[in-house]
Design a protein around this ligand. Structure first.
Ligand code: SAM
Length: 294
């Protein structure tokens, strides 16, 4: 039985790290006309009202998107700026829908934080496809209510199995986001196994994998399994919110792996994070390297 609900964490520092990385990768994919299939194996609800009871409970967005949003008029980095402008567009879109329904918009200028289905949907061109998987019935029901482009399909089911069943895809390019809740320790190993199998079926795929940095260090199993698998070209970035040495419990950082990252994404993200990281807190640190080189 799944209990994780992303609404409790929406817009936190890990979402900032994950969605900015996704934004940079997908931006690069738009440079060519050839069609892309996007697969989001763990989609969540799609869009998160920050005033909802769940988000208000932990208020993690206050140390994530909120300080960046408040500083947006002072941001110079082009990638970070475009990303924040896209979040502004999400507010406008939501406001427009509420007004069309005769309901008042939320009031605050940052009322909603967009989840991965939204980030991917706003990149879709007519030639692209988007497939979303979500296994939690309540989360899937909420996702199904989102207004998504016609070339999007969502499925109530297991995203890791769903990904493998979809391969190979009909489009020349493929971009996959794997963003589990890691409620079960076995997920670290399963994710690595599925990525290896998926890359056998789609060697050209770009795969983004998010993982939490916890004091118990379970993410090492994921990282080491991928390193020993023989896969090449795996880029890693991590955002530490707190000093790992002082973190006794709870998530102290956010990790992203990108298999086959598009050229230049590492530099663009490093530039963006140089400006954004200090805004996320004094202890915040960003680092990136090749986990496995070409
Ligand atoms: N990707 C989302 C975003 O960035 O906005 C957040 C996803 S959240 C971290 C993980 C989601 O995966 C939860 O909604 C959970 O219900 C769902 N989930 C857990 N196991 C799953 C599985 N095997 N297949 C698909 N979804 C799953």
């Amino acid at each position: 039985m799944l209990s994780y609900q992303h609404a409790y964490h929406a817009g936190n520092f890990a979402d900032v790290h994950k969605h900015l990385t996704l934004f940079a990768v997908t931006d690069n994919l738009l440079r060519k006309k050839s069609p892309v299939t996007y697969i989001d194996t763990h989609a969540g609800r799609g869009l998160y009202p920050l005033s909802a009871e769940e988000s208000s409970r932990l208020q993690e967005h206050l140390s994530g998107i909120v300080p960046l949003w408040q500083a947006r008029s002072r941001i110079n980095d082009p990638l970070a700026l475009e990303w924040l402008q896209t979040i502004a567009a999400a507010q406008e879109q939501e406001k427009g829908q509420k007004e069309a329904q005769g309901k008042e918009p939320n009031g605050a200028s940052l009322s909603h934080y967009p989840g991965s289905p939204w980030w991917l949907a706003q990149r879709l061109r007519s030639q692209d496809r988007l497939r979303l998987f979500e296994l939690h019935p309540g989360e899937h029901a909420r996702l199904a209510k989102q207004v998504l482009p016609a070339n999007t399909r969502h499925e109530y089911g297991d995203g890791l199995g769903g990904l493998l069943a979809m391969l190979p895809v009909a489009t020349p390019r493929l971009c996959v986001l794997i963003d589990p809740s890691y409620e079960l320790k076995a997920e670290y190993r399963e994710v690595a196994e599925v990525v290896v199998q998926a890359m056998r079926k789609a060697r050209h795929a770009i795969v983004l994998i998010w993982y939490p940095l916890l004091p118990a260090g379970q993410h090492h199993e994921l990282l080491e399994s991928l390193r020993s698998s023989g896969l090449r070209k795996i880029w890693r970035s991590e955002l530490h919110q707190r000093d790992p040495k002082q973190a006794e419990r709870g998530m102290y950082g956010s990790g992203m792996l990108v298999v086959n990252p598009p050229w230049g994404v590492d530099t663009r993200l490093a530039d963006a994070m140089r400006e954004l990281t200090p805004l996320l807190g004094e202890q915040c640190r960003y680092s990136a390297d090749w986990w496995v080189e070409e």
